[in-house]
Unconditional design. Structure first.
Length: 243
């Protein structure tokens, strides 16, 4: 057993139950928060990742994981603060009970992965790939994520709040019941996505890319409905005239 895992087990015993929080409710979506290590847990000096390895119960602050690439990694019950993770590649990996605070995850890749009770707050996620993934109880808050890619992923109990998601790729995603609150979704792609019950009210959806049928069951406000009507009329080649 590697030293990181051994230290994680010790942290687990010392801080069991210390990271419990109440659930977050947003627009009728109840998100289970991550169970995190105790605040008294000493941050790791570094995190040495490896293929097919499990890690957990740690705090990592101000470190760099830039450009590292591993497969089938499991990370549980951990807090990342001010960590530089750009171009990090963790294919076929699991993140369970994780919080990222003010981290740089730009151009990182988590293909074929699983996210369970994950929070990203004030993070840079531009160009991040979380594709063909199983995602549940995810909160993205105040993140900058132009051109982020989520295509072919399944979302359950997910809230995007105050995020810049211009040009995001949600093609072929199951986003049923997801909430987009105060987000910039201009030019985002939703082709062939499942959007029944997805709530877009208060978000900017100008120029989103989707077939009219793709939006069936989505929740929008009256202003958004009028904007989409004009948008799809233009796409269909209709000429709109007054009088």
């Amino acid at each position: 057993m590697d030293s990181n895992k051994s230290n994680s087990k010790a942290s687990k015993l010392a801080g069991k139950g210390a990271g419990k929080e109440t659930s977050t409710m947003t627009a009728k979506v109840i998100i289970k928060p991550p169970s995190l290590p105790a605040k008294s847990t000493a941050p790791l000096s570094n995190l040495d990742l490896a293929d097919d390895t499990e890690y957990g119960d740690f705090i990592l602050s101000g470190q760099s994981l830039i450009g590292q690439s591993f497969e089938r990694v499991t990370i549980e019950r951990s807090l990342f603060k001010l960590v530089r993770c750009s171009a990090l590649n963790l294919a076929k990996s699991k993140l369970v009970d994780i919080r990222f605070e003010t981290c740089d995850l730009s151009n990182s890749e988590f293909e074929d992965g699983k996210f369970t009770r994950v929070e990203m707050t004030d993070c840079k996620i531009t160009g991040m790939h979380v594709t063909n993934a199983d995602i549940s109880d995810l909160l993205l808050q105040n993140c900058t994520g132009e051109l982020v890619q989520f295509h072919d992923s399944v979302f359950k109990r997910v809230v995007f709040q105050g995020c810049q998601l211009r040009g995001a790729d949600f093609r072929y995603c199951n986003l049923e019941g997801s909430v987009f609150k105060d987000c910039d979704l201009q030019e985002a792609e939703f082709y062939e996505a499942k959007l029944a019950g997805a709530d877009f009210r208060s978000s900017n959806i100008m120029g989103i890319k989707a077939h009219p049928a793709d939006l069936k069951g989505a929740i929008i406000d009256s202003d958004q409905a009028a904007m989409l009507g004009r948008h799809f009329a233009t796409l269909l080649g209709l000429e709109v005239k007054e009088g």
